[in-house]
Design a binder for this molecule. Structure first.
Ligand SMILES: Nc1ncnc2c1ncn2[C@@H]1O[C@H](COP(=O)(O)OP(=O)(O)OP(=O)(O)O)[C@@H](O)[C@H]1O
Length: 260
């Protein structure tokens, strides 16, 4: 008689980010602007996704919803299996959740001008209660990872745009967020430095298992993305293609809370 082997338990991969039927209307009456219309999207741990689209299409609005910086008019935002929006929300304190679980990078690095590169990263750790030698070690680890450790004692005004953006990424990663959101992070950089920064985002997704969503107008770096979304007049579509690590391959990854 053939032995019947027990089937393995199905592995449930919870998306790092999921928007379900998300719409956003700014204003009301004649002044109403429908910035997002019924957006549905899932982003898995370890995936790097690009978000393209013309000016005014709704890209930043989508990022604001995903980053819990604003509430959708309709629909649900899920982060790591937790519902963040609406009456049934399981994430109550958006600010605390954001601080611990979401990293943001913007077009301008927005570093504190009177703090050195190292101190800018230490500040992000301090805000989350990490101080002393472990915080210093963590900050240096991040600056090394982003290849900017040699500039740790310089003020932002003494750094190039690319170096400042690397420190801003180190700061965004300080608390090991499972979700990293970036709004045109390379817009102020020349194409070579822009690609270097985009490559760093790709490395972060691969090494840490964080889901990375980048709004960009830079079509020259599209080969670096696992998935490419296009926004037009508030509607989101996914472009076929992306890199080799699409769908389940990158999605099967677990977020690695210990690296870098
Ligand atoms: N706070 C607001 N109040 C009213 N309308 C807004 C607000 N924020 C954005 N909008 C409108 O919502 C629409 C989408 O804006 P959004 O900033 O998301 O577009 P975008 O794709 O990021 O554009 P860009 O590439 O120019 O940054 C636009 O018509 C914009 O004018």
């Amino acid at each position: 008689m053939t032995a019947v082997l027990p089937l393995p338990e199905p592995v449930l991969v919870v998306p790092a980010l999921e928007l379900r039927g998300v719409s956003k209307v700014y204003g009301s009456g004649d002044m109403a602007v429908a910035a997002l219309s019924q957006v549905n999207v899932q982003l898995q741990a370890g995936q790097m996704a690009g978000l393209l689209g013309p000016s005014g299409a709704g890209k930043s609005t989508l990022l604001m919803m995903a980053g819990l910086l604003d509430e959708p008019t309709e629909g649900e935002v899920w982060l790591h299996g937790q519902l963040a929006s609406g009456a049934r929300a399981t994430i109550g304190d958006h600010r605390a959740f954001r601080r611990a679980c979401i990293g943001f990078v913007f077009q301008k690095p927005n570093l504190i001008p009177f703090l050195t590169g190292l101190e800018n990263v230490l500040l992000a750790l301090d805000i989350n209660g990490q101080r002393g030698a472990p915080a210093s070690a963590r900050a240096m680890e991040l600056l090394n990872y982003l290849e900017v450790a040699h500039r740790r004692d310089n003020l932002p005004s003494q750094l190039s745009g690319g170096e400042q953006q690397r420190i801003a990424i180190a700061r965004a990663l300080a608390n090991r967020p499972p979700l990293l959101l970036a709004d045109e992070p390379t817009a102020a950089l020349d194409s070579q430095r822009g690609r270097q920064v985009m490559t760093l985002f790709q490395r972060v997704a691969k090494d840490t298992g964080a889901a990375v969503l980048v709004v960009t107008h830079d079509h020259r770096s599209l080969d670096l993305f696992d998935r490419i979304f296009e926004m037009d007049d508030g509607c989101l579509t996914e472009r076929p293609g992306g890199s080799s690590r699409t769908g389940t391959e990158a999605g099967a990854m677990e977020w690695n809370a210990t690296f870098p």
